[in-house]
Design a protein around this ligand. Structure first.
Ligand SMILES: [Zn+2]
Length: 212
């Protein structure tokens, strides 16, 4: 039976599924597939530090998004502040449990799990501690990343606001802008630090460590 550590030394091309042996790269180098030229992984010595800083910033913006008003609505002279938390509570009080659950998981539960995973993972790789836990986190991250849909939440808010403009006066609140920054940071993390690059960095940092 093939051991996990032996499998870790191999990487599969996402496009053509050709198997390659992971080679050590120098800073700034990129490994591509020998068949279809797709980027397999890259080496950036600062990626773990950058990832850690960006994940912490992203966590701060996520809390701001959930604490402050998303929009201020002026309707027939009365002012209403809409916060995400208040919206979730109102939806559940009105009996829309499923919608409340979806909004809560989309904008709070799933992002907080993913960002906490990122922070812990980057810290473990940076400090070269607990190789086995870092490995399990990378596998878990691969499974749950497709559920990171805060960008879709932002787009649905924009669509709702466009429909409301003309009926009521809307002013964007602090949470709207922090949600925007949160989504941009997260898009950057997933684009600039794809899973295969994280796996490569994991192998590079733990190459002298034995399996736990
Ligand atoms: Zn390929």
């Amino acid at each position: 039976m093939i051991k996990d550590s032996e499998l870790d030394a191999l990487i599969i091309c996402k496009k053509c599924h050709k198997l390659h042996k992971v080679e050590q790269l120098k800073h700034g180098e990129i490994a591509t597939c020998s068949l279809c030229n797709t980027v397999l992984y890259s080496c950036d010595q600062d990626i773990i530090k950058k990832g850690l800083a960006l994940s912490i910033a992203s966590l701060i913006f996520l809390f701001l998004t959930n604490l402050f008003p998303l929009v201020q609505v002026d309707f027939l002279g009365s002012e209403q502040y809409v916060t995400i938390t208040k919206t979730i509570i109102t939806l559940s009080h009105e009996g829309f449990w499923f919608v409340a659950l979806m909004v809560a998981s989309l904008i709070f539960v799933s992002p907080i799990i993913i960002i906490s995973l990122y922070i812990t993972l980057f810290m473990l790789i940076y400090l070269k501690r607990n190789k086995d836990a870092a490995r399990k986190m990378l596998i878990l991250l691969g499974y749950i990343l497709p559920w990171h849909m805060s960008d879709i939440f932002l787009i649905s808010i924009l669509v709702a606001l466009v429909k409301l403009i003309g009926f009521v006066q809307i002013n964007m609140g602090v949470a709207f802008f922090s949600l925007l920054v949160f989504v941009i940071i997260n898009l950057y993390i997933t684009r600039a630090m794809p899973m295969h690059t994280l796996w490569f960095q994991y192998q590079k940092n733990f190459k002298d460590e034995k399996d736990d």
